[in-house]
Every structure is written in C-alpha cells, then in structure tokens.
Design a protein around this ligand. Structure first.
Ligand code: FES
Length: 199
C-alpha cells in the first residue's frame, strides 16, 4: 500500500458529486421536482428511474440518481468479469450473503451480482460512512492500492476497496458490499431502477 494520503475532500456523496461520470436521466429530471406540490414531490423523489444504456460502452460507467443516491451502471469487460472469482478469498462477503434482503436482490445473488453478467448496477455509496468511492478500474499497482489490484473501486475517505461487483475487501472499514438496488430490464438497452417487477 502506498503512503499517499487519502483525499479527505470527498467526504460525502453530495460533496463528491464531481466524481460522478455521465449524468443520467435522473439528474435531468431533478429540477422539475422542485416545482411540484409536496405530495407530487415526495412521489417523484421515490419514483423509479428509467435509464437508456444503449450508449454505454464496454469498460464504461454511467451514473443516475435514484432516491437522492448515485446509482452506477457499469458495463464490465470480459477481463473484469474473469477477475471476479479470482478475488473471492480476499473479500469479506464474496457470496453476498450478509444483509442479503437489504443489499442484494435474489436475481443478483451470483458471482457477478447482476442480472446480465456484463452490466453491474450498484448504489455508489460506501457502507462505512457514506462517501462515494472512486473508479479504480485499471488493474495493477497504483497509489493507495495493493500491487495485485484487480480493478474495482476505492473509497477516498478511509480506504475501503470494492471489486468490480461492488463486493468489499476484507479488513476494511466498510462492513458490507455496495447495495444492488431493485432494477429490471425493459428491453436490451432500457433499465428501470427502483422497480423489479411489473405492477
Ligand atoms: S466512508 Fe468509505 S471507507 Fe469510510
């Protein structure tokens, strides 16, 4: 591990919003919420968010807002998927068994933590104190990460690390994996976040 200080400027999701990559439909819709009546506003704040992922390329991440939280959608490469089982022994909860009802819906209780292997959908908030982890997709030695880093996410606040499925590494401040929110596919390229079954 490097001695490089962790960036303490990125304390919360709100402050760390500059870390967010591509802004999705949820952000675009947010200003309209302010003009609603209170009950409409409450409904909109909890509403499911529809996302077009057709432009998302392999190895890229986009972020949308759902219930005030950043939701990451990552299109993982074949190499990133192949690396997942190799780090199981280093993870605190490789099978996503902890708080499963809260953190991992039944359809994501698999090695990839996803419906489609290549598409990861997780809430980008660290399970320690709520910072938003940074993308560290490139494998190998680099600042604040081990020399055999397999690619994933690094929380800048206290150094918790997560793999490319949002699973937390052992012996880190963060106790749990990143949350997989309820979601489902409306088509090959359209996802809905916040809902996982048809009404
Ligand atoms: S908030 Fe992520 S490690 Fe503390």
């Amino acid at each position: 591990m490097s001695d490089q200080p962790i960036d303490s400027g990125k304390r919360t999701w709100i402050i760390a919003s500059s870390c967010v990559g591509v802004v999705g439909a949820g952000f675009a819709a947010a200003p309209f919420v302010g003009s609603f009546q209170p009950s409409e506003r409450a409904r909109a704040a909890g509403a499911a968010v529809e996302v077009d992922i057709s432009a998302l390329k392999s190895g890229e991440k986009m972020t949308v807002e759902w219930r005030g939280k950043p939701v990451w959608i990552v299109k993982r490469t074949p190499e990133q998927l192949a690396a997942l089982p190799k780090v199981d022994a280093l993870l605190a909860d490789p099978k996503s068994a902890r708080k499963a009802d809260e953190l991992t819906p039944p359809y994501a209780r698999n090695e990839d933590r996803s419906i489609k292997p290549e598409i990861l959908v997780v809430v980008g908030i660290c399970s320690h104190l709520g910072c938003s982890p940074s993308d560290k997709f490139t494998p190998g030695a680099q600042a604040s990460l081990p020399d055999d880093w397999a690619g994933g996410f690094l929380c800048p606040c206290h150094g918790s690390t997560f793999d490319m499925a949002g699973r937390v590494y052992k012996n880190k401040p963060a106790p749990d994996n990143l949350e997989v929110p309820p979601h489902m596919y409306l088509s090959d390229t359209r996802l809905i976040i916040g809902e996982d079954k048809k009404a």
